[in-house]
Design a protein around this ligand. Structure first.
Ligand code: HEC
Ligand code: HEC
Ligand code: HEC
Ligand code: HEC
Ligand code: HEC
Ligand code: HEC
Ligand code: HEC
Length: 358
């Protein structure tokens, strides 16, 4: 009974929204002449038809001409529409097609049940009734404001639905909301401007603080995660680069440094500044290594890509490479802002740091 009345209320609200809203693209008759029936004809409301429904129009153009499971005249030919389906055929992708049929209509995220199955359907990131050209996340409920769910207004709020406080986060992953918290010692500036005012490697237009109108001091998940092809459709659907990154990043140890290995970081941090040891005096020694036989290590060995609750400069040692020193200590001690000076207590490649100072 409750379900039926909920659905009725939703339908009334949607019809009102459809009548008044010019922005919601799927409610616009010139886009979808058959309106609600386009998507709901012979389909249940719960689950909504899955990604298969969406790619009828947003997938391989062939599907548009077939228009399977839709009333005749549902699809207006629009040659410019992008093929999103192809993005999910790339090596690294959201598991939209890999883990189908797990989404439940009106589920509440972040998930509180640790046994719930992980998934990412199109409708988990896009609300088909409300999304618009300007706001592809319109209608996605993401954040709690005093026990009530409110709409996501920032991209990171959308991502935190599944990569933040989810009880079903797989063990190898970390809570991104905690990593980007403005209370941390350091973080990439996604939720707000960063804490370090001397990030001397930054390239234009990136700046620590926004002073001139063209300065960019706040970045988004999408600046790092998304399509590898800058001319392809936008969005963190799939990429040929690992971790669905927009550019290559090698997180491994024993790497021969090249512009390509850390291309992602070098988009915003000048390679010549980093390898010129302008901040950390021993950057080049660690990144490039000592010789051809002893290559260097990744930024990831010392820096977390997102944030560090305990240390400045995004320092968070990768403990699969770095271990405690001969006295059992594993820590970083900084010596004041803009001094480029600190101490490391650790052991790495058999070299005891007890401590090593710079
Ligand atoms: C572009 C495709 C599309 C169109 C057009 C569309 N819907 Fe939906 N609808 C869906 C999908 C997909 C779901 C499942 C959403 C989910 O699981 O999160 C859904 C769910 C629903 C639900 C149940 C869940 C809820 O949101 O409360 C109702 C009721 C509903 N739609 C009514 C309508 C009405 C009325 C219209 C026309 C004004 C309409 N829909 C137009 C795709 C569409
Ligand atoms: C019947 C065809 C059809 C179906 C089914 C459909 N869409 Fe759309 N969608 C469109 C059209 C047409 C537009 C407007 C394109 C334009 O002119 O910019 C659009 C726009 C969008 C946009 C905004 C794109 C942009 O470039 O601004 C998103 C995001 C989107 N749809 C997602 C979805 C999702 C998710 C689903 C499945 C729940 C879905 N669509 C189902 C036809 C469809
Ligand atoms: C400055 C670039 C950058 C930004 C901004 C960024 N990421 Fe990442 N992200 C990376 C890199 C590099 C990796 C791979 C190395 C690693 O695991 O940290 C990664 C890995 C991940 C992973 C998979 C591995 C893991 O640690 O769980 C997830 C999930 C992720 N990021 C989500 C996010 C979300 C959500 C946001 C925004 C709230 C975000 N990222 C913002 C660079 C970034
Ligand atoms: C994990 C979240 C997520 C999932 C799952 C997802 N999308 Fe997206 N999508 C995004 C983001 C982020 C954007 C970029 C929005 C922006 O900033 O312009 C986007 C953009 C789009 C666009 C606009 C592309 C452009 O070039 O402007 C379309 C169309 C779209 N998505 C359709 C889909 C369809 C269809 C599916 C399922 C097959 C899907 N998305 C699944 C997050 C997602
Ligand atoms: C509805 C849930 C959902 C949302 C929302 C979502 N993701 Fe995911 N994401 C997943 C799932 C499920 C995986 C597969 C791995 C896992 O279970 O965490 C994944 C994987 C990833 C990975 C690859 C991890 C790896 O192992 O390489 C990255 C990066 C990522 N997501 C970033 C994002 C970003 C950025 C956003 C926001 C724009 C976002 N996600 C929104 C569910 C989601
Ligand atoms: C051996 C550990 C280590 C490795 C590997 C490493 N860094 Fe650092 N990095 C540091 C330390 C320590 C600092 C802090 C210097 C200070 O006291 O200000 C730092 C500072 C920075 C800063 C802030 C100051 C500036 O130069 O703008 C950036 C950016 C940076 N590193 C980027 C990188 C990138 C990119 C890589 C990989 C190509 C990398 N680091 C590899 C240890 C490392
Ligand atoms: C889209 C641009 C962008 C990319 C890509 C990027 N960064 Fe940054 N990074 C910034 C900005 C902006 C700041 C300045 C934040 C501040 O002032 O505290 C910053 C700051 C830093 C800092 C210093 C943080 C602190 O609080 O001291 C380090 C270390 C760093 N980045 C490392 C990396 C590494 C490693 C990568 C590659 C995985 C990377 N960055 C990729 C934009 C970027």
């Amino acid at each position: 009974m409750k379900l039926v009345s909920n659905i009725l209320i939703s339908i009334i609200l949607l019809l009102l929204a459809a009548f008044y809203s010019q922005a919601a693209v799927h409610m616009d008759k010139s886009n979808l002449p058959r309106e609600c029936a386009t998507c709901h004809y012979k389909r249940s409301f719960r689950g909504g038809g899955g990604a298969e429904l969406c790619i009828t129009c947003h997938g391989n153009p062939q599907r548009r001409s077939e228009g399977k499971k839709m009333p005749p005249g549902s699809i207006v030919p629009k040659a410019y529409m992008r093929n999103i389906e192809a993005e999910f055929q790339k090596m690294y992708r959201h598991p939209t097609f890999d883990l189908p049929g797990r989404h439940v209509t009106n589920e509440i995220l972040p998930e509180i049940n640790p046994k719930a199955s992980r998934h990412a359907d199109c409708v988990d990131c896009h609300n088909p009734h409300y999304l618009s050209r300007d706001n592809k996340f319109a209608g996605i409920m993401a954040k709690k404001i005093v026990n009530k769910l409110a709409e996501a207004t920032k991209e990171y709020e959308l991502c935190y639905r599944c990569h933040g406080d989810s009880a079903n986060l797989p063990g190898k992953y970390t809570n991104k909301r905690a990593e980007f918290s403005l209370n941390n010692k350091s973080f990439h500036p996604v939720e707000g401007e960063g804490k370090n005012s001397t990030v001397i490697s930054l390239v234009k237009p990136y700046k620590e603080k926004r002073v001139a109108p063209e300065d960019i001091s706040i970045i988004s998940c999408s600046d790092c995660h998304g399509n590898d092809d800058p001319n392809g459709p936008k969005g963190v659907h799939g990429s040929r680069f690992q971790y669905i990154l927009v550019d290559n990043f090698n997180a491994a140890d024993n790497v021969r440094e090249s512009p390509q290995e850390y291309a992602l970081c070098y988009r915003c941090h000048s390679r010549s500044s980093i390898l010129g040891d302008e901040s950390f005096r021993y950057h080049s020694l660690h990144i490039q290594g000592k010789s051809f036989q002893q290559p260097g290590t990744s930024c990831f060995t010392c820096h977390n890509s997102h944030g560090s609750p305990e240390n400045k400069y995004l320092i968070k040692f990768n403990t699969t490479v770095v271990s405690p020193n001969s006295k059992g200590l594993l820590k970083f001690v900084e010596k004041g802002s803009a001094k480029f000076s600190g101490e490391c207590y650790l052991s790495c490649h058999g070299v005891d740091h007890d401590p090593k100072t710079y």
